[in-house]
Design a protein around this ligand. Structure first.
Ligand SMILES: *Cc1c(COP(=O)(O)O)cnc(C)c1O
Length: 215
């Protein structure tokens, strides 16, 4: 299935108008699909399996900014730490400690987003909003926390999803009051990006609307 160029142009214009970054979620899609968007100017791509990310990063142009958006196990941090642009799913102190360790070894600051648990589903990973308030971010000079990420409930209830996004936005504002360098609020996917932008997102992670459904 070819990439949807019309949607890409539309969403890119929308992101430019709102100052948001579009992360094209290319998981399970071939390198050729990534190159199709790359040639149209897209540079931020997201993957959620470590091995797939490493293989694609190896084959594809070096100026791509790779985002890791999946659930990351501590023992795999070392494979992506040398090149990853931003790790979205930081959901434990243990993981931050590991990113710090690998970043220090490499002499590299690795961009991170703390994942907050905002959805009703109990299966989604992340910190509790109340938990994040108490974390001292200065402990990890090489795991550079840039902001927050979250996934809303998989729900058709617009009020529900809106309330979850607004909660995430509020957590971001609260944290930014203490750490003014924070600049990234990653929320919104194919099914809910309009609502996410309405609620203050500045980073969208969109896969199926760009690349087609994943079978
Ligand atoms: C797969 C995935 C996306 C993209 O989902 P679509 O619905 O295809 O846009 C966004 N965020 C995360 C964390 C994902 O795993």
């Amino acid at each position: 299935m070819p990439v949807d160029v019309a949607f890409f142009e539309q969403i890119t214009a929308r992101c430019q108008a709102t100052g948001a970054t579009l992360v094209a979620v290319s998981k399970t899609k071939p390198a050729a699909d990534i190159m199709a968007l790359y040639e149209l100017g897209q540079r931020h791509f997201g993957e959620n399996y470590v091995q797939e990310l490493v293989e694609k990063a190896d084959q594809l142009p070096p100026d791509i900014c790779w985002h890791f958006i999946g659930h990351l196990q501590s023992n795999k941090v070392k494979y992506i730490a040398p090149f990853v642009h931003l790790i979205h799913g930081i959901d434990s102190i243990k993981l931050l400690n590991e990113v710090e360790k690998q970043g220090k070894k490499l002499g590299r600051r690795v961009g991170c987003l703390l994942q907050l648990h905002i959805a009703q589903e109990s299966t989604k990973f992340g910190f509790d909003p109340s938990e994040v308030k108490g974390i001292d971010l200065t402990q990890w000079p090489h795991a550079e926390v840039r902001g927050l990420m979250g996934m809303a409930s998989f729900s058709n209830s617009e009020p529900q999803v809106r309330q979850e996004f607004l909660q995430l936005k509020q957590s971001f504002v609260d944290l930014k009051a203490h750490y003014t360098q924070l600049d990234t609020l990653s929320m919104g996917m194919s099914g809910d990006y309009n609502l996410a932008l309405d609620c203050g997102s500045n980073m969208l992670r969109i896969g199926s609307l760009l690349f087609g459904s994943r079978g």
